[in-house]
Design a protein around this ligand. Sequence first.
Ligand SMILES: Cc1ncc(C[n+]2csc(CCOP(=O)(O)OP(=O)(O)O)c2C)c(N)n1
Length: 609
Amino acid sequence: MTYLERVNSPDDLKKLTISELKEYAKEVREYIVKVVENRGGHLASNLGVVELTIAMHYVFDCPRDKFIFDVGHQSYTHKIITGRRDAFARLRSDDGISGFENMSESEYDAFTTGHSSTSLSVGLGIARARDLSGDDYNVVSVIGDGAFTGGMVYEALNDIGASHARMIIILNDNAMSITRNVGAISSYLGKLRLSRRYKVLKTRFKRGINGIPLIGGALVKATEKIKSAVKKQVLSVRMFEQLGIKYYGAFDGHDIGELVYVLNRVKPTNVPVILHIVTRKGSGLYEAECDPVKYHGVTGKVDNVLKFSDVVSSSLADMGSRDNKVVCVSAAMLPSTGLERFRELFPDRCYDVGIAEQHAAAMCAGIASSGYKPYFAVYSTFLQRAFDQLIHDVSINKLPVRLLIDRAGAVGSDGVTHQGLYDLSYLNTIPGMCIMAPRCGKDLKKMLEWSLNYNEGPLAIRYPKGYAESSDEETEDIAYGKWEMLRDSDNGVYVIAVGPNMVEMARGADCGLISARFVKPLDTECLRKISNNGNLIITMEENVGSGGFGESVLHELNVMGAGCEFESFAFNDEICDCRSISSAFEKNGITRERLNKKISDFISNNKKI
Ligand SMILES: Cc1ncc(C[n+]2csc(CCOP(=O)(O)OP(=O)(O)O)c2C)c(N)n1
């Protein structure tokens, strides 16, 4: 029996020796690679924390002790140890398990995570509740150096240090976010990491390597350099210490023996502790170690189809070369949002601010206030963070900040924490916000071009995860606030659809079809034309119904006193825990079948009359 088969719980793990744990780590790693190759997922991040997670379960007593994995994308080993080995084969599917830590999935998952930089705040909350109820378990927050660029971390450190709360922060430092980590804090962590290299070199000295003439001489030089850097950073170590948080590090995150030793040392703490662990992203898989960016998240199968982010990439490169006021901003998501090419061409006009969406939005406001044209490309779900900045810094000042909102709509395998189902609602509430939704790649290209000269105020263009398929059919030129009539109606039924998935779903139906290029402002002229007495208007959107497109249209119809019937296809008021786009549509009644039935019922009722 393999170790992988023997371990079905943390208790089983505790029966192994340290050298057996190392064997187990190998098997876990192989299993993760095999499953992720097949199902997709966060490969490199998980390979980096195999030993760390094993050591944590070896030393602590989960689920009594609470582990909060920041983002939760690196929790695969934790899932495999805690009774989900077989279910792991169905990773990120509706009948399997989530790709993130998820409370509803297992008692071993202390919290549901997905968005970055929350684990310190949540950990402190759990620690405070523990103390209020006189309990005695450990709280361990595991956070990457990438997540450490998020502002919430500093709000939490501020509070944790002053509170003296008993909790352990494990900083998993691989110098990478999705791409190479950015910012001054990241450089600071780099200095702390040097202390680790210094320790390693010192140990090698002890082992007598300096006896070897050439290598020995080089080592002496290197060590001297590092020694002086370490001396300098002794002061900077005090950053954490002076905040009231005890710092230990940096330790080798792939040495299980060392990890078990240090975790045992910090376990009895009664003050906040930060344990700095140095890991290699993609560890153990050559390709992933060499290219951790490519292997951060893998899709499971290679696809060469044109995506919306590809359209963003080529359009922005083109726009940037014609207009030197174009500036691009990313919150640690350059490749996945299509900004990489712009960065290569115009490095001085491209800013990766780290996982800091609030800062990005306010910074864009500053850029726009000085006459530049900022494009902030961001996933719908992560833009939620910047709601206040969009009102306070962007909208109140009527600034032309351009939001390129990717993954808007159902997102599939990333699941519940990543659904892009709220942006139309929260953007709809923002005064002066213009919201657009392309129906295909060609449409998106036209919108991006059009946006270059739209300076009246904030503008959002939202598009889903899917492919930017463009038929040969040309799209109309953009006119502010105007929808695109794709097909007129001969039976009094009109579907007004937002975005490519909804337009495609309604294509074959027996109705007039309109692409709602502008979600805000509405095309009231068109609405007036199609809302004759006795007509049926159906809105379709990949967004929650509440505050969404359908509600705006219904409101407008009421204002007009239109006598037509109305139906809305939108996501309902439940949290959408689906892990495929089709199941998300199905569960919310956004289907061709329901659409066809609605139309045929309407037609047959009308005939009876
Ligand atoms: C608020 C927010 N913005 C963006 C992301 C997308 N994201 C997921 S993981 C990640 C990088 C995390 O880096 P790090 O914490 O160092 O973990 P690593 O993968 O390197 O182990 C990013 C940017 C997110 N999950 N949440």
